[in-house]
Design a protein around this ligand. Structure first.
Ligand code: GDP
Length: 377
């Protein structure tokens, strides 16, 4: 999927960098351009991407702190400049625009929904968001910010892929190491998803120069399958797992199915999200080890597990000794993790909001469009 990537805020800039570097290292060339936007000058310095500093007249390059309302305002004020920077990068080849942001902060949290709205207004290609949820141990302001941002972002973007910062944290990591690990994981998963739809001849496979013959993979994933999976809108998640392929093709039926189970049951970006409206299974590996029977069985299993009748599946030929399974889940707003998060955010908003005295006593919200949470826009 030929993508233009926009990172907003600190986390957005770092994750966009990790993604662009992964895409480059792998030779996928799915990410055609990447831009980082921030109101804090210091957070843009050192990023190997083109950058736009917003809100200079208001915050003088010092950032908006944790004020996501101000983050939304400075993005809106400088929208023309940002859109102008993007207009030279988004062209007739572009198949999707991805906005990535940490939802708990200020610039990304406030800026991403505004940017999504502006881009939707102008471009026909889908505008997707990758939204990073704060970990449970982050403070109330982060939770409240993320709740308001997510509520608005989910409405403005065509689909929002959620990454829970608690999902892929390694115990024992420092915060900085932890973030680097999470960012690499996001890069690999989203990077593979974007690359999955790219024509094989565009990929440097390192297989003796000739690349992989398209005929060998019988059912190669296409960009339209990613877009169709996300078509229902709302919230999405990605799962991923990888195992060593066996020499014996018959054994690989099981490797594909067990790796898929692992991807969905223990490897998703939103833990406990297993029910979905639609899903896409991408099996990556050498074509001779990607068992057709395995991929079909794994696809049926995903159908049963998610309760969705709309599960697409396909191959992604890749020169590696492993077999990897990437599962994209769309329509996960009913998952317990989302409801729990939205309630946590609504409570945090009540705590941080002087005017809502007593509002902390509330019934658990039934839906992720939590009425207790204010919209940002
Ligand atoms: P902004 O610069 O004002 O948009 O704020 P940040 O991007 O720093 O957003 C803060 C939120 O993003 C917090 O919930 C952090 O946990 C998270 N965050 C900050 N940096 C990173 C990062 O590099 N990776 C990930 N995954 N999350 C991050």
């Amino acid at each position: 999927m030929k993508t233009v990537l926009v990172g907003v805020g600190q986390a957005g800039g770092k994750v966009a960098t990790a993604l662009a570097e992964y895409d480059d290292e792998m030779g996928f060339r799915a990410i055609r351009d990447a831009l980082a936007i921030n109101s804090a000058k210091a957070d843009l310095q050192g990023l190997p991407l083109d950058t736009v500093l917003i809100g200079q007249d208001v915050v003088k390059g010092h950032g908006v702190g944790g004020d996501n309302q101000l983050g939304a305002e400075v993005m809106q004020n400088d929208a023309d400049e940002v859109l102008n920077e993007l207009s030279g990068r988004i062209d007739s080849e572009t198949e999707a625009i991805f906005i990535v942001a940490g939802l708990g902060g200020g610039t990304g949290s406030g800026g991403a929904p505004v940017l999504a709205k502006e881009l939707e207004r102008i471009y026909d290609v889908p505008v997707y968001a990758i939204g990073i949820l704060p970990g449970r141990d982050e403070g109330s302001l982060y939770q409240a910010n993320a709740g308001r941002s997510l509520k608005t972002l989910a409405r403005e973007a065509d689909s929002t892929i959620l990454i829970d910062n608690d999902a892929w944290r390694e115990t024992g990591d420092s915060v900085a190491e932890g973030m680097a690990t999470i960012n690499e994981r996001i890069a690999r998963r989203i990077g593979l998803l974007l690359a999955a739809g790219e024509p094989i001849e565009d990929r440097s496979m390192g297989l003796g120069g000739g690349g992989i013959d398209r005929d060998v993979g019988q059912s190669v994933v296409d960009t339209s399958e990613v877009i169709n999976t996300l078509r229902g809108g709302g919230l999405a998640a990605v799962g991923y797992a990888s195992s060593e392929a066996s020499e014996d093709p018959d054994d690989n039926v099981n490797v594909v199915t067990s790796t898929t189970r692992q991807a969905l049951l223990t490897g998703t970006s939103l833990p406990e999200a297993t029910t979905a409206d639609a899903a896409l299974l991408v099996a990556a590996g050498r074509p001779d080890s990607l068992s057709r029977k395995g991929v079909e069985r794994a696809r049926s299993w995903v159908e049963e597990e998610t309760g969705s009748m709309e599960v697409r599946g396909g191959d992604f030929p890749l020169d590696t000794d492993d077999i990897s399974a990437l599962v994209l889940l769309s329509g996960v707003e009913g998952s317990p993790r989302v409801t729990a998060f939205m309630n946590r955010a609504a409570e945090a908003q009540a705590e941080t909001d002087d005017q809502s005295e007593g509002a902390a006593k509330r019934d658990a919200a039934e839906s992720f469009q939590n009425d207790e949470l204010d919209d940002l826009l």
